[in-house]
Design a protein around this ligand. Sequence first.
Ligand SMILES: Nc1ncnc2c1ncn2[C@@H]1O[C@H](COP(=O)(O)OP(=O)(O)OP(=O)(O)O)[C@@H](O)[C@H]1O
Ligand SMILES: [Mg+2]
Length: 328
Amino acid sequence: MSAERNPAPLLAARDIHKNFIIKDDRGPAQTLKAVDGVSLDIAPGEVVGVVGESGCGKSTLGKTIMWMHEPDDGTLTWKGKDMIAVSGAELKVIRKDMQMIFQDPYSSLNPRKMVKDIISQPLRVHAQGDKDEIARRTEEVMREVGINPVYGRRYPHQFSGGQRQRIGIARALALEPDFVVCDEAVSALDVSIQAQILNLLLDLKDRHGFANLFISHDLSVVEFISERILVMYLGRIVEKAPKTELMAEPLHPYTRALLAAFPIADPSVRSTKKQIVVGDVPSPLNPPTGCHFHPRCPLAADRCREVYPPLVEVAPGRQVACWEVSAG
Ligand SMILES: Nc1ncnc2c1ncn2[C@@H]1O[C@H](COP(=O)(O)OP(=O)(O)OP(=O)(O)O)[C@@H](O)[C@H]1O
Ligand SMILES: [Mg+2]
């Protein structure tokens, strides 16, 4: 498994920026850099995890690469096509191939609609066949996610949290997308249910071969499902690595801190690297100078306070943005 499986990524994002303008009554408008120069490639069928603390820009990144937010800068290429240049009609075709599974099946499923109508909605929007064909596909995808089609006339509140997430997955997979973004897709569920849903996603991915950007603040969840992991901090990627390498030897001090808070499977591996991250995440409206992590970093030196470190390749497939690590 190579890191960025070129030359034909499914999706390629280069130097993506997404800002929000924050305005309140007390002062002038401020620019919040939610995603601040992120590049990533996703190969067909690959599962890439994105992890980082709340507010670091994971959801904004997911929405921007799916074109739910228009990027302020950067390029996005889908199957070799520049998404910024395509027409509205082409974008609709691309959108059919990209689906999102959200955290909260309570709020993302319309409570007034029967589940068969919720699941078939994308099929109807994209005119995927006549009434019978749509009904057949809806039943098929319900079976695939483990919901008996006889329950199609029930409403979301008549299902448990885990079942509701299965309904969300069925809706996302109805159109057989090539790319699925899961944003905290299991975060609202009990741990035992989380495992069932993660296994279901892996199963479905094996069967259908869709690529997956799996976003979670929970490293154990990201570790379970991903082949490759991106670690975000205040709008930027600070480390990119194949999962096994990242877990065995995290390089960025922030990744090490995340791992230190992680249940230890093999204490001999991690005991020497244990560092606890101190302090809160700074406001993205006013990020620290230099490396944004420096106020919390045990390795911070003068240069870290002054200049943001570039994300550099330190080993095949491994990139890290840290002056202290890349200096060797
Ligand atoms: N629509 C919006 N308008 C203004 N600010 C926003 C908007 N969406 C996100 N933000 C801000 O952008 C930053 C990144 O938010 P985002 O939701 O992407 O983070 P996240 O990593 O997904 O966090 P969480 O783990 O809490 O879901 C945060 O500071 C957030 O407050
Ligand atoms: Mg989020």
